[in-house]
Design a protein around this ligand. Sequence first.
Ligand code: HEM
Ligand code: HEM
Length: 404
Amino acid sequence: MTSTATVIRYNRIAIILHWTIAIIILALIPVGLTMEDAPKAIQGTVYQMHKSFGLMVLFLSLARLGWRLVNPPPPLPDSMAAWEKRAAIITHWAFYVLIIALPLSGWMLVSSSPKNIPTMFLTLFHWPHIWFLAQLDVAQKKALAALFDKTHVLLAYGAIVLIVLHVGAALRHQYILKDNEMARMIPRLGNTVPPQRKPRGALLILGLPALLFVLIAVLGNVPGKAAPAAELDGQASGNWLVDPQASALQFTFTHAGRTITGHFARWQAAIDFDPQDLAHAAVTVKVDLGSASTGEKTYDEAMPQADWFDAAAHPVATFTSTAISAKGSGHYVMDGKLALRGASAPLAIPFTLAINGDQAAAQGAAHVDRLAYGIGANADAAAQYVGRMVQVRFNLTARRAPPA
Ligand code: HEM
Ligand code: HEM
């Protein structure tokens, strides 16, 4: 049953923003509370959707706040008691604080998390972390992520309380007081008249948050500054000269259920190899760790950091062979040591080799245990997010060096 009282309704933009934001928040709360227990197969997607829609709320709420400040709502009806008006005003402003602070705390939480999981906005494009949080060291990140996590949860519970009060008040007006108050936000429910003041500034108020959104998305995808090239000391030597244009050194790892492939842009190999004289074969490969790139900014910025490659302290990784043995029909295994990030561990690299006159082509792959070198040992020692084994592959073309 509805009342016949005529009330002044909110303007159209206020109504659209109220319901869009309300529907998203009402969906995000149960999703947020249950996503930790979501089936593994879809959990990554659920988190990404939670973050994407949460970020939408953030920018819609900025637009809404701007709209509210320039276009005040219709005055509360005189039929409302003074205490009730006060309660409504407090609840409404608390909501404005919340619909901005809640998603912001989520963004701060993922930006400072040492797990460093990138946000893919609706799976369409990479949404950046808040840059100054993402650059902190692991210990600071851990402390802040814990704080923002608590804040996010607390604000979410705050939202639940406010929603219960708010919806309770709306229903009380609709079904107990029957004063048609709810029609202010749902004009179909009863008789309403539009606000006396014409809404203004729509283009600017709605455009600014949209512009801010686009600006952050674009800036967040500008490739980072390349690290200064590390000294790979000395010329490539040996009886084979690698053709860098026709060779590649790649790596593949898993992160939060995704497989990511990258490559090292700068590396150098000194190769002494004669299939007839394996006893004297020797290979040394030096890799500029700062030249690692995946094409995804979040990883490219994280890899050189202290907890990962620690490229500032140990800019170069070196593989030195100790023995190469033939396994038949162009197959070999190269045993050696990989010195990386201040640690050294044995590594066996199976490879195939085809020599055609003065040209040689070789392909090989090895699995490197990142924890053997302390890579990511602080952020993810249990390999919960970043797979422990990293595959390193090479594809090499070389020509025979002219006799000295
Ligand atoms: C997460 C969910 C929600 C949020 C964050 C929210 C937030 C708000 C805010 C901030 C206002 C005040 C607008 C202003 O003064 O500019 C408002 C008004 C209103 N909301 Fe919601 N709301 C939510 C859900 C709902 C639901 C589910 C209902 C319906 C049962 C509802 C009904 C109303 C009504 C009727 C008004 C107008 C109150 C008046 O007479 O001024 N809201 N809401
Ligand atoms: C209005 C928007 C949002 C609402 C209503 C919301 C709600 C929630 C809720 C209820 C939880 C569960 C809390 C718990 O009990 O552990 C949660 C967790 C989480 N939210 Fe949000 N959220 C919002 C926006 C965001 C945004 C924008 C991000 C990131 C960009 C985000 C990232 C997360 C993450 C990563 C968790 C998991 C925290 C953990 O497991 O420790 N949220 N959210």
